[in-house]
Design a protein around this ligand. Structure first.
Ligand code: 6GU
Length: 240
């Protein structure tokens, strides 16, 4: 899986790139991550990449020319131009099905905006897949791009140590349940005990408890995720 990130602030990614799971995947050549500074494609002597909006208003708009040329140049560095994603609050909202769709591509280009966004002609010309990570405003697309990378690499074969652990995550089955509660040692902490069934060694009972705990938590916290049949089941005051 190859990622190319186009940004005005490539240094934002340096800590993330040396983080364990991503670094391991890069070291094992399962993932390639290249950073490109859009400013490198600026043609004027001040290396400017933004300008005031036509029609007035606050902030600055990222110019079409350096952005389009940066994307085209980066696309041309591989025989496969890749799937172009623009991170913008105006995009379609990221969820696990979209992550799975993005993970199908061998190459993703992630275009990160700042300020008041890009000149509209960037989208008109490049027709990117515009993606948002939620209904809130970030200062730029970089954190959103890291979110996309983080979610996608978990689906790249071999990246996770345990091949099963992504399949059992919330949202990756069709049923969209939240994860059940987890416990580790000690058995008792500040008077709170680990549910007895988890210590029983009875795998069938454990599986049943976890399934019920998942449904209960989902109905308490995220009832919008539940299929109608489970709604209201175990609907008690929230305690887990
Ligand atoms: Cl992708 N960018 C910005 N600037 N804000 C956001 C976002 C993206 N997704 C949610 N909020």
């Amino acid at each position: 899986m190859r990622f190319d990130v186009l940004t005005l602030f490539p240094e934002i990614f340096s800590g993330y790139m040396t983080q364990s799971l991503l670094k391991l995947a890069i070291d094992r050549s399962l993932v390639e991550l290249n950073l490109h500074n859009i400013r490198d494609w600026s043609r004027d002597k001040h290396h400017s990449v933004d300008d005031r909006p036509f029609g007035g208003g606050p902030g600055m708009v990222i110019s079409a020319e350096p952005t389009v040329e940066a994307v085209e140049a980066v696309q041309a560095t591989d025989s496969e131009p890749g799937h172009l994603v623009m991170l913008t609050p105006q995009g379609r909202k990221l969820d696990q099905p979209l992550v799975e769709q993005l993970a199908q591509h061998k190459r993703l280009l992630l275009l990160c905006g700042r300020y008041e966004g890009f000149d509209q002609r960037v989208s008109d010309i490049l027709k990117p897949d515009e993606v948002s990570i939620g209904d809130f405003v970030l200062n730029g697309g970089e954190v959103a791009a890291m979110t996309v990378i983080d979610a996608v690499i978990r689906l790249v074969p071999g990246v996770l140590g345990d091949e099963d652990s992504s399949r059992f995550d919330s949202f990756s089955h069709g049923d969209r349940l939240l994860e059940h509660a987890q416990y580790t040692r000690p058995r008792e902490y500040r008077g709170l005990e680990v549910p007895e069934v988890l210590l029983s060694g009875d795998h069938q009972q454990i599986a049943r408890w976890r399934q019920e705990n998942s449904i209960q938590r989902t109905s308490q916290r995220r009832a919008d995720l539940l299929p109608e049949k489970n709604k209201g089941k175990n609907d008690e005051p929230r305690n887990s």
